[in-house]
Design a protein around this ligand. Structure first.
Ligand code: ZN
Ligand code: ZN
Length: 358
């Protein structure tokens, strides 16, 4: 074969390969692990179960802290029990403003005050915000002492964060913050959390999307749809699906949608997913249901690790906790359960008001 023919074949092969390659950016590596640092179910005796969520996501060469739990002291103890070094983080993601996801931030900042923190951009929110001063109506007939800023407002008005010295970067729309690593920004329209903004972490790996969700207030299906727009191959979803009080028909619809419509390959539900949803997903996904209780480390790989503990049912203690939280027949029992376990989300308030929370 002469040189020209060889070059033509090579060029042809290259064009086929480039046609087959996905148009989206894939992160360099798919391997890593997700370690659950905060949740209300699990079997690790060295860690404290509490309502809330946090996970250390090590993927694509990055160490990402996703959410920080409900109580700074418990979060600190769980982090130490797991031997996690929070001084070595690429960044933190706070999914949303509910305190069961961000109360541990004060501990993070005590050991790593300079870390970059991505959070949803909310008007007058606790992560800080800003607005052009043109947003408010002016009345030039008033004397200066009755006018805001004496009638000369700054062009941009800044509103403080609850953690004044923290390095927040506020996200308003879905953004690729590093190659292959996106934050999906959506807004809830569910009663009780209407207008709540939430970020989900979507990492585009050669094995498909790895999606980490906090509470899924905008709806797990909407979040998955947004991730699938980046890469339709959904390799793993971990985190809270917010179906803790959902009726069976809604759980069945979402389960079918995740399995058959989006063809999610592996599922590792936790936090506000809910006991009956754990059961439904376990039945639907079988050994592709990955147990993700407090303290679990989920290895990330093309075929999700063989030595991994899969699909275990929660312990009896955990079941009784969830039953208290999820009871729809007895509002007082639900309320007491919610308060006892420090539910800071608005699930029980919406329930009390007779509103669906999904
Ligand atoms: Zn939550
Ligand atoms: Zn929430």
């Amino acid at each position: 074969m002469n040189v020209n023919a060889t070059m033509m074949i090579a060029a042809g092969l290259a064009s086929v390969i480039s046609m087959a390659a996905p148009a989206v950016t894939a992160a360099a590596e798919s391997e890593g692990q997700i370690t659950i640092l905060y949740d209300a179910f699990g079997t690790d005796a060295a860690m404290t179960k509490d309502w809330g969520f946090s996970a250390l996501v090590e993927v694509a060469g990055k160490r990402i802290l996703f959410d920080t739990g409900d109580d700074a002291d418990i979060f600190a103890a769980n982090v130490k029990a797991k031997g996690v070094d929070l001084t070595r983080l690429d960044f933190v993601v706070l999914s949303h403003r509910h305190s069961d996801h961000m109360a541990g931030l004060s501990y993070v900042l005590s050991v790593n005050p300079m870390v970059k923190i991505y959070a949803p951009k909310e008007g007058f929110g606790i992560f800080g915000s800003s607005l052009p001063s043109s947003f408010y109506r002016k009345d030039e007939s008033l004397p200066p002492e009755m006018r805001y800023y004496g009638g000369k407002p700054p062009e941009i008005m800044k509103f403080g964060a609850a953690w004044g010295a923290a390095h927040f970067e506020l996200i308003d729309q879905t953004t690729e913050i590093a190659p292959g690593i996106s934050l999906i920004a959506l807004v809830s329209d569910a009663p009780g959390t209407r207008e709540l903004k939430e970020l989900s972490l979507a990492v585009n790996t050669p094995d498909g999307m790895i999606l980490v969700v906090g509470c899924s207030h905008p709806g797990i299906e909407r979040i998955v749809e947004a991730a699938a727009a980046i890469n339709p191959k959904i390799h793993l979803i971990a985190g809270g699906f917010h179906l803790v009080a959902a009726p069976d028909d809604v759980i069945a619809r979402v389960t079918t949608s995740l399995k058959d419509k989006f063809k999610v390959e592996n599922i590792a539900p936790g936090h506000c997913t809910g006991e009956p949803t754990f059961a439904a997903l376990k039945t639907a996904f079988g050994d592709r249901y990955l147990y993700a209780g407090l303290g679990t480390s989920l290895p990330l790989a093309p075929t999700m690790g063989s030595g991994m503990r899969r699909g275990e049912v929660p312990e009896l203690d955990d079941l009784s906790v969830y039953r208290k939280l999820a009871s729809r027949e007895d509002g007082n029992r639900y309320r007491r359960g919610a308060i006892a376990f420090g539910v800071r989300c608005t699930e029980w308030m919406a329930f009390r008001n007779g509103e669906a929370t999904v």
